[in-house]
Write a new protein. Sequence first.
Length: 220
Amino acid sequence: MRWVLQNAGWKLLSLGIAVVLWFLVVGEPTLTTSVSAPLEFRNIPSELEVNATVPERVQLDVRGSPSLVESSDLAKIAVVLDLSAVHRPGVFTFTLGRNYVTMPAGVEFVRAVPTQLRLRFEYRVTREVPVQVRFSKPPPDGYRVRSRAIAPERVRLTGADSRVGQVDFVETDPIDLTGVVGEREFTVQTFVGDPHVRFASSPVVRVRVAVEKMQPGDTP
């Protein structure tokens, strides 16, 4: 009995704090909310390329107390796919569970939408393709393009094998020849139509155009 009564005040205070904390945690309602989280990749194989349309963000349903699910910490949630186990080309499916999501403490993962991602991996290749010049407007009446020179004539592209293999050429931004007589050099960007293919060299080229006066019998 003496041991029970010893420091009774402190013991009662500790018990009261514990009861209050229990009611605060257990008694607080649980809310479920939806969060748009960025999709990130880790340990991408250097020799492989993802040949698939990948969403930039994933919708996540999460659950927790109102103070947690309404906090700014939810902005730090991300879906991170570790690709270190991918060593060869092929199709791989990832089920987006709790193990792929970085969550703040006290917030529970419910589900992801989409729940799975299927990615196709191909070898990354680099190849050169020719540059084609585009003109938006012709030379003045009575003149024609005598010659054109492109430097460089070819640019390097990189990406998934099947996609790079379908690109036969890149084209320049349209060049306006209105008012051009004689020679003029243009510095222009080149454009590749496949958004999954990117430039491995500079996309900027120089185009030197020579415009001459047409003689009788010449064709434009």
